[in-house]
Design a protein around this ligand. Structure first.
Ligand code: PBG
Length: 340
């Protein structure tokens, strides 16, 4: 018969660090983290901490827009800290209606991918596949304005998104990660990759990507806020959990190798549900707004940054994330190394 108090005392196994370590269920390693990088083609930089080729991002203290050279530097630092992968976002010099900079063989992400793979071959380069940083209107696909409201044309966008993914693979990307939320894009990308000789390139699908207020700082960083309307016509409604699982299962059917839940902090239930349903590796994206909240509170002296970040990362692992994409990656890797 199961015993309760006083025979059972939960505190017995909490008494010392040794005991707590012995029964700890979840761990976080630097090897599970991905560092996002913003690479820019702009030539004017406001100095950030005195390092050249870097521009501070007001909404994300500690994160910078990077020149190609600085991106390589950052990639080296990440690798030295034991972080296995970076995720690239590009800020092109020019934007147009269709986002043609996204698949330009000499576009900013393609150049950065080549430069990083050459300088740090062992570091994985994951590329964000989307059009929103490249379109003049800031939407993630082809915009149609002939109806009563502007809409993003799903099927017309697929070809451009697949073309972008192939151009990333051709530049040397190790994993492509579509974040546009068009229906059918994983299948379209898989087909195009296979047809172009990139059958071995994995797809990390942003499967359950919600229309979230937590992306605010990123849009400032990447200059990708939609000029008109919002993204609710293609990104998910934060109220919907079953639909998130359905999205993930469809991406599995279309050939996704890994799936993502984004944002992370308020979506732990879905990290768990998607993991259980797909049995694929699951990535959680600890997004810009989640980062900015911690930074703001820490700067104000309201929170202990190190303890808060490690607790957040642990909680995402506990929810079921195999991989965590986080702007805290470098700090976290340092703190984790100090702990052992
Ligand atoms: C681009 C994209 C966004 C993010 C990742 N890829 C912005 C958006 O969808 O508006 C958000 C990342 C973050 O907030 O850290 N489609």
């Amino acid at each position: 018969m199961a015993m309760a108090f006083p025979q059972t005392r939960m505190r017995r196994l909490r008494a010392t660090a040794g005991l707590r370590g012995l029964v700890r269920e979840t761990d976080v390693r630097a090897g599970q983290l991905v560092l996002p990088l913003f690479v820019t083609e702009a030539e004017q930089f406001a100095p950030a901490g005195g390092r050249s080729g870097r521009e501070a991002i007001a909404t994300m203290p500690g994160v910078e827009r990077l020149s190609l050279g600085a991106a390589v530097e950052e990639a080296r630092e990440a690798a030295a800290l034991g972080i296995p992968a970076v995720m690239l976002f590009g800020l092109p010099a020019e934007k147009d209606e269709h986002g043609s900079g996204a698949w330009d063989p000499d576009g900013v992400v393609q150049l950065a991918t080549r430069a990083i793979k050459q300088a740090v071959p062992g570091l994985l380069v994951i590329t964000d596949v989307c059009l929103c940083e490249y379109t003049s209107h800031g939407h993630c696909g082809v915009l149609r304005t002939d109806g009563p409201e502007p809409t993003v044309d799903n099927d017309a966008s697929l070809e451009l998104i697949a073309r972008t993914a192939v151009s990333h693979a051709r530049a040397g990307a190790d994993i492509v990660a579509p974040s546009d939320m068009m229906d059918g894009r994983v299948g379209a990308i898989r087909e195009e990759l296979d047809g172009e000789g990139f059958a071995e390139t994995p797809i990390l699908a942003y499967s359950a990507k919600f229309a979230s207020a937590f992306y605010g700082p990123f849009r400032e960083a990447a200059d990708s806020a939609p000029a008109l309307g919002d993204r609710r016509g293609y990104q998910m409604d934060p109220a919907n959990g079953r639909e998130a699982v359905r999205e993930a299962l469809l991406d599995v059917q279309e050939g996704a190798d890994m799936v993502m839940v984004k944002p992370a902090l308020a979506y732990g239930d879905l990290i768990r549900a998607v993991k259980r349903a797909t049995r694929l590796p699951v990535a959680a994206y600890n997004v810009s707004g989640e980062y900015a909240m911690v930074k703001a509170a820490a700067t104000a002296g309201y929170l202990d940054e190190r303890a808060t970040v490690l607790e957040i990362l642990t909680s995402l692992r506990r929810a079921g994330a195999d991989t965590i994409i986080t702007y805290h990656a470098k700090d976290a890797a340092r703190w984790l190394a100090e702990q052992t």
